[in-house]
Design a protein around this ligand. Structure first.
Ligand code: NAI
Ligand code: AKG
Length: 528
């Protein structure tokens, strides 16, 4: 039995490892304790990799992982995964978005409480120094304080709810949600970031990206209350670390609770030298409950994706399959086949691909376009093309991709048309799907047709003069090629198009002989 190789690059709970170990068609490699340089050697055999925040899925990793089809980020944040790099290579990236939510929420509350009561310092004084000095530890209460929550997703909204249980006055800033998501839970909502800066305590729960890096820096801190408390259990760098250090030193920021650092592991970070910081070593997800669940989900998702069955929580699929209605699915298949056919008979470097759709199908023209790219590129590129990387590769090759929706004028309920522009001109193909998934090509250039896009075929454009069918038949017979179907279509200017379905492959000599017929205008062989 051939086996899929799944490489586990970081520590995950035994529960998931056991699943991998006990799955017959999985060859599982545990590489968590291996030096990251050596990992590059191991990863080249992986069909699927499981990583956490300790492994950067960067250019080096991806270049080494030549066999990789999918990557599972065993957690939420995927800022250490080069998603575009994955897409270019056709690798599907997935995360495990909710299994560690509660763990991160509770660590955030712990940091908040810890900051307000200076818990680690009070603890150390008694435990390490054996000093009983209660007057040193007058803290503050969460009760009645104004909490600003930046990012109201899975973690942020639960932090807000728990803060309300502490009778805090909670306000959130998240421009990507509807205000009612917060107000329905009794949380104030603002689109004015200044409202957050006016809070007593601020906590951030956004992803790390171009928009959120340094979201709180020198200017923002200047506008905050003296003695503000800042919590970051999301990602290092969302709060500018230099600004944090400077303002913690001056006391403008009274306390900071920090689980995450811009560069990890952070064992000699200046924040560690300050007396008004509570720190943890990126432990937001580190509960046994969460790690067990993440590990199980990661293992199962890795197995499913290795087998090509499903890609749960995929981050880089251009199409959300769950949103594609059943009637569109055969059109997707038809589009890919027709694009593949058209690219084969275009016989020249493709400059542009336009996909147009009519009828209810027009709503899904973008999805169809992705599959047209797959079809077109499958002919011209040696790379393995799939719907994750097709548009990336097309863009890299300078192919102009576009879509059009057209009002229904062809008489078909739904129809898809692909137009390819090459140095030799423009070629187009149209198709429709009849009941019971009967896929048909109904037009090729100006010729009306009715052919199933399947099998081996010769497509011949010729002058519409007597004797052509016989001449074609005799050339094919001479070469032992059996004709299974012969379709003729008459076009303008006394031209005709013949689509000849054949049982055996026609080599270039056969095509040349057909092309040499007096009636011939253009001949091409294609295979679907
Ligand atoms: N310390 C740790 O171990 C852990 C850290 N995390 C971090 O926490 C982050 C949040 O996790 P979840 O809540 O599960 O993600 P989520 O995707 O459910 O929520 C993120 C929220 O941030 C909002 N957002 C995005 N850009 C924003 C912006 N510019 N301003 C305000 N809001 C913005 C989004 O609209 C969304 O509602 C993750 O991206 C991850 O980096 C997550 C789990 C554990
Ligand atoms: O990988 C980890 O353990 C950290 C979890 C985390 O930061 C996340 O899920 O975003």
């Amino acid at each position: 039995m051939s086996k899929y190789t799944i490489v586990v690059c970081d520590h995950i709970h035994d529960a998931g490892l056991n699943i991998l170990q006990n799955t017959e068609d999985i060859n599982y490699v545990y590489a968590a304790d291996i030096d990251k340089v050596k990992l590059l050697d191991i990863i080249k055999n992986a069909d699927v990799a499981i990583t956490r925040s300790s492994t950067d899925v960067d250019e080096k990793f991806l270049n080494a992982a030549t066999n990789l089809k999918a990557i599972i980020r065993a957690g939420v944040g995927y800022d250490n995964v080069d998603i575009d790099g994955c897409s270019k290579r056709g690798i599907i990236a997935m995360n495990v978005p909710t299994a560690n939510t509660i763990a991160a929420v509770e660590l955030t509350m712990a940091h908040m409480l810890s900051c307000l009561r200076k818990f680690p310092y009070a603890h150390n004084q008694l435990k390490e120094e054996r000093v009983w000095k209660r007057e040193d530890w007058y803290g503050n209460e969460l009760y009645g304080k104004k909490l600003g929550v930046i990012g109201f997703g899975n973690i942020g909204h639960r932090v807000a709810l728990r803060a309300k249980a502490f009778e805090m006055d909670v306000i959130t800033y998240d421009p990507y949600i509807s205000s009612t998501k917060a107000t329905d839970l009794g949380i104030k909502y603002t689109t004015n970031f200044e409202d957050i800066l006016a809070c007593d305590i601020i906590t951030i729960h956004t992803p790390k990206n171009k928009e959120t890096i340094d979201m709180i820096s020198f200017d923002e801190i200047k506008k905050m209350k003296d003695g503000v408390v800042l919590i970051n259990c999301a990602r290092g760098g969302l709060y500018n670390e230099e600004a944090l250090v400077e303002n913690l030193k001056s006391g403008k920021i009274a306390m900071a609770g920090i689980d995450v650092f811009k560069k990890e592991p952070a064992t000699s970070h200046p924040l560690l030298d300050l007396p008004n910081v509570t720190v943890t070593a990126h432990l937001g997800a580190n509960t046994k409950e969460s790690q067990r669940e993440i590990s199980i989900q990661s293992a199962n998702n890795a197995i499913e994706s290795a087998r090509g069955i499903s890609y749960p929580n995929a981050l880089n699929l251009p199409i959300d399959e769950s949103k594609i209605p059943a009637f569109v699915k055969p059109y997707i298949e038809l589009t890919q086949k027709m694009a593949f056919l058209l690219a084969q008979i275009s016989k020249s470097q493709i400059r542009a691909v336009e996909v147009s759709a009519e009828g209810d199908l027009s709503e899904y023209v973008d999805s169809l376009q992705t599959f047209a790219s797959v079809g077109v590129l499958s002919v011209s590129t040696g790379l393995s093309v799939n719907y994750v990387n097709a548009n990336f590769i097309a863009n890299e090759k300078g192919i102009d991709l576009s879509t059009k929706t057209i009002t229904n004028n062809s008489g078909y309920k739904n129809r898809v048309t692909i137009k390819i522009t090459t140095a030799n001109g423009v070629k187009s193909i149209s198709g429709t799907v009849f009941e019971d998934n009967i896929q048909r090509v109904v037009k090729l250039d100006d010729f009306v047709l009715d052919i199933e896009p399947k099998g081996k075929m010769i497509i011949m454009k010729n002058k519409d003069i007597p004797g052509v069918v016989g001449q074609v038949g005799s050339i094919l017979a001479k070469n032992n090629i059996n004709i299974s179907d012969f379709r003729l279509s008459r076009g303008k200017n006394d031209h005709a198009l013949a689509v000849i379905l054949i049982d055996e492959k026609a080599n270039s000599k056969v095509i040349e002989d057909l092309d040499n017929l007096e009636a011939s205008i253009a001949v091409a062989y294609a295979e679907i």
